[in-house]
Design a binder for this molecule. Structure first.
Ligand code: PPS
Length: 313
């Protein structure tokens, strides 16, 4: 892999030969397959009445929500939290996996299922809910929120590979088409800026919010385990427990063993793809990179979030 994005000449020639289905290539594209509810593009797995009901979701004091824009490392962070809560004990982790709803809090009937769980154990939930759809009590100090951010270029490539692999949306077999869509505000879950900026700028000093980046987790996996366990007031009792949590949540172990993270085995390959920082360089052309940087610099100007985001390690 080079350290630079692809030159335009290196772009797969197939992309220029093949017209995008049914639409002129110069027209911006709406992300296909979303469920637009009150103007916000949710995943199709979200029912029409869920966003409203989610806002009044009753939070318990030991609830943990992992909140992230898609492809930011949501499942990884959730697995970290689950392991910390279970002190790295694999049997307990497995049991916790089995007894909890799968997938995002907003999918299907998950929030109802979470409502009916026993109060004996802390609930570890994950969601891509935008700031105005997160349960309101979270902003009143109830529960703990682990918010994960990742550089948007890697997210774009991760998202594209996911969508392309799923083969449900023909249009996104081509990276160029997906790239255009990724910049739009009607992208699934909104665009990256609209999702992350209001969370970080308005809530980063709240005691019950912890902001982490995917890149930090890659650079200092163990340090992040300790930070999360301190934040949750669930100290890991020994060095051995810390090491177990780290080991259980490495990319290779999550991918190999994994029954525990994801619903179906065949989903694992799509979700656990590369797990690296900087893979955007294999898809972005120089022109796309320049265009993205211009938008990024404009949207992030004066924001504290800009200092957190890195595109390579
Ligand atoms: S989802 O489906 O939107 O909730 O996806 P999400 O879980 O947020 O992000 C998927 C990306 O996270 C990578 N991943 C990991 N990276 C490093 N270490 C571990 N343990 C790990 N677990 C998941 C996963 O591979 C996706 O990134 P890409 O770049 O596609 O590999």
């Amino acid at each position: 892999m080079t350290d630079q994005p692809k030159t335009d000449q290196q772009t797969n020639p197939k992309q220029t030969n093949r017209p995008t289905q049914n639409r002129p290539t110069d027209q911006p594209k709406t992300f296909l397959g979303v469920n637009v509810i009150n103007g916000f593009p949710w995943s199709p797995q979200v029912h029409d009445d869920t966003p409203k009901r989610l806002q009044s979701f009753e939070i318990r004091k030991d609830d943990v929500f992992v909140v992230a824009y898609p492809k930011s490392g949501t499942n990884w962070a959730r697995e970290l939290v689950r392991n910390i809560v279970c002190q790295g004990n694999k049997e307990n982790v497995k049991e916790d996996y089995g007894s909890n709803p799968h997938g995002q809090l907003e999918f299907g009937d998950n929030f109802k299922k979470y409502d009916s769980l026993s109060t004996e154990k802390p609930r570890v939930m994950m969601t891509h809910a935008p700031v105005d759809a997160l349960p309101k009590q979270a902003f009143e100090g109830k529960g703990k929120i682990v918010f994960v951010m990742r550089n948007p270029k890697d997210i774009a490539v991760s998202f594209w590979n996911f969508v392309k692999e799923k083969r449900v949306i023909e249009e996104y077999e081509e990276w160029d088409a997906f790239f255009e869509t990724f910049l739009r505000s009607d992208m699934m879950y909104g665009n990256w800026f609209d999702f992350n900026l209001p969370y970080y700028e308005n809530h980063r000093d709240k005691k019950n919010f912890l902001f982490l980046t995917y890149e930090e987790m890659k650079l200092d996996h163990k340090g992040c385990v300790i930070r999360i366990s301190d934040f949750l007031s669930r100290p890991l009792l020994s060095e051995e427990q810390v090491d177990k949590v780290v080991e259980n949540t490495t990319f290779s172990n999550m991918k190999a063993k994994n029954p525990i993270s994801f619903q179906r085995k065949e989903e694992i390959g799509k979700r656990m793809r590369k797990g690296v920082v900087g893979d955007w360089k294999t898809s972005f052309t120089v022109a796309q990179n320049e265009r993205f940087d211009a938008i990024y610099n404009q949207r992030m100007e004066g924001s504290a979030l800009a200092k957190q985001i890195i595109f390579g390690i």
